[in-house]
Design a protein around this ligand. Structure first.
Ligand SMILES: Cc1cc2nc3c(=O)[nH]c(=O)nc-3n(C[C@H](O)[C@H](O)[C@H](O)COP(=O)(O)O)c2cc1C
Ligand SMILES: [Fe+2]
Ligand SMILES: [Fe+2]
Length: 396
C-alpha cells in the first residue's frame, strides 16, 4: 500500500516542520515557520538525501523508520553541509553504523571538521553516478549557493532534482508537501525573502548552476526548505533566474527612519505624489519597526527604491545605515534610486547617499532632498520632482 509520505514510486518525504524557532540563522524572522526537508529513495539500496536540524532528530528517525521499518539506510547524500542539514549526521551514523556518507571533496572535508567523521565516506565529482539498483543518482557541483560545497543530486529515472537550499522557501508545510497540495500564495514571497536574505550575494553562482542544469529534464525539485515543486517547476526556475539577475518588478519601495515624524511626512508626501502619477505598488517601510528580512525582500522585488533619513550624530539614522550595509554587502544591483532627509544644524544625508552610490555603483535619479528644521510645504516642489523622475524612469 502506498504510504502518505510517498511522493513518487520509492521517493519518500521524511522532513520535519519547525514552528518554534524565532529566527533562522539567528537573524531572519520565521512568521510562518520553516521546514527542513529530507528524502528517502528506496530501491535495492536505500539513499537518504540531505538530513535535518539536530533538534528534530527524534521525529526524523521516526519518519525514516516509518518507511523502512528495520531496514537500514545505505547512503546519506550530503548536498549541503550547513548544520540545518547536517546536525543529525552523528546520530544517524550511530543508528545506521554501515551508513556511507556521499559528498564532494569540500563537503567531506567539512564533515571531518565539524563531526570528526572521516571513514566510510564516498567522494563524488561532477557528473559521477551512483546506482541504487533500479535508480541512478547523478551529482552536479553547484558551488556557492550559498556555501562552497553546495551540490545537487539528480535521480535520472524519476527526473527529480535534489537541489539543496536552492529553490527553497521559508514557511512550514501545512499538511501538503508537493506544490499541488498546497495553497502557494504566501510561498512565492517567502521564496523571495529566503533568496534575498540568504542567497542573493551569490547571483552569479546561481546563474552558473542554472546554465549547468539547462539541459537536465526536471520533473521534480526537491529542495531542503519549503514545498516540493512538481506542477510549478518552470515557474520556480524562472523566478530563480529573475532573482539571480536582480531583476525587479514594476513598483517602488520607500524605506525611511524618523525620530520625530518630519522625515516620515516627507515620505508620505512623496508616496502621494507617486500614486498621483499612477505608480503602484508603493511599499513603505519605517525601518525602526519593519522586519529587515521583509525590507530586503521588497527591495529585491521592486525596481525603484527611495530612502529617507534624519541626520544623526553627523551620520545617517542607524537603522538606515544598517539597511545600506545589507544592500552593499549583498551586491544588490542598482535600483532606480532617490534619497531625502533632514537636519537641524549640519546635514549628512546628501553626502551619505552619494557615498553609498559610489561604493555600490548605484546612482541617484533626482537631486537629494534635505529639509531643514522641520517639515513644511517648502519641500513639496522637490518631492513632486523626485516622484516625477522615479515614475518616468519606471515607465520608460
Ligand atoms: C540623537 C540625535 C542626533 C542628531 N544629530 C544631528 C546632526 O548631527 N546634525 C543635524 O543637523 N541634526 C541632528 N539631529 C537633528 C535631527 O536630524 C532632526 O531632529 C531630524 O532631522 C528631524 O527629523 P525626524 O522628525 O524625521 O526625526 C539629531 C537629532 C537627534 C535626536
Ligand atoms: Fe544553507
Ligand atoms: Fe538550509
Amino acid at each position: 500500500m502506498k504510504k502518505i509520505t510517498e511522493l513518487a514510486p520509492g521517493l519518500h518525504y521524511v522532513g520535519a516542520n519547525d514552528r518554534t524557532t524565532q529566527r533562522f540563522e539567528a537573524l531572519w524572522s520565521l512568521p510562518y515557520g520553516v521546514s527542513y526537508n529530507s528524502y528517502l529513495l528506496v530501491d535495492e539500496k536505500v539513499a537518504l538525501i540531505d538530513s535535518i536540524e539536530a533538534g528534530f532528530a527524534d521525529i526524523y528517525f521516526d519518519h525514516i523508520a516509518g518507511v523502512l521499518g528495520d531496514r537500514p539506510v545505505d547512503y546519506l547524500i550530503v548536498n549541503h553541509m550547513e548544520p540545518d542539514h547536517s546536525g543529525s549526521i552523528t546520530r544517524l551514523r550511530e543508528r545506521y553504523p554501515d551508513l556511507k556518507i556521499v559528498g564532494n571533496a569540500k563537503t567531506l572535508d567539512m564533515i571531518g571538521g565539524y563531526y570528526g567523521i572521516r571513514d566510510n565516506c564516498l567522494e563524488v565529482k561532477e557528473g559521477d553516478t551512483l546506482s541504487l539498483g533500479g535508480r541512478t543518482l547523478r551529482f552536479h557541483l553547484t558551488p556557492m549557493i550559498h556555501w562552497p560545497e553546495t551540490m545537487m543530486t539528480y535521480c535520472v529515472e524519476l527526473k527529480a532534482l535534489f537541489s539543496g537550499d536552492a529553490f527553497g522557501t521559508f514557511g512550514a508545510l501545512n499538511g501538503g508537501i508537493v506544490d499541488s497540495q498546497l495553497c502557494l500564495e504566501g510561498f512565492w514571497d517567502e521564496m523571495r525573502r529566503y533568496y534575498a536574505c540568504i542567497v542573493s550575494k551569490y547571483g552569479k553562482p546561481v546563474q552558473m548552476a542554472l546554465r549547468k542544469l539547462a539541459g537536465v529534464d526536471i520533473e521534480w525539485i526537491c529542495s531542503t526548505h519549503g514545498p516540493v515543486w512538481h506542477d510549478r517547476v518552470a515557474d520556480v526556475v524562472a523566478l530563480y533566474d529573475k532573482m539571480s539577475r536582480h531583476e525587479g518588478e514594476y513598483g517602488v519601495v520607500i524605506a525611511y527612519g524618523s525620530m520625530y515624524g518630519h522625515t516620515a511626512r516627507v515620505a508620505e508626501h512623496i508616496a502621494r505624489e507617486l500614486a498621483e502619477r499612477g505608480v503602484k505598488p508603493i511599499v513603505m517601510h519605517n525601518l525602526s519597526f519593519a522586519d529587515p528580512s521583509m525590507v530586503l525582500r521588497d527591495i529585491h522585488k521592486y525596481r525603484a527604491l527611495i530612502v529617507g533619513s534624519p541626520t544623526y550624530n553627523g551620520e545617517l539614522f542607524p537603522e538606515m545605515d544598517a539597511l545600506l550595509d545589507r544592500l552593499s554587502s549583498r551586491g544588490v544591483a542598482p535600483r532606480i534610486f532617490a534619497g531625502f532627509g533632514g537636519m537641524t544644524w549640519a546635514g549628512a544625508t546628501p553626502r551619505r547617499w552619494a557615498e553609498f552610490c559610489e561604493r555600490s555603483k548605484w546612482s541617484l535619479c533626482a537631486p537629494a532632498i534635505e529639509i531643514r528644521q522641520g517639515y513644511s510645504s517648502v519641500c513639496h516642489e522637490a518631492c513632486a520632482e523626485l516622484a516625477r523622475s522615479i515614475a518616468d524612469r519606471l515607465n520608460g
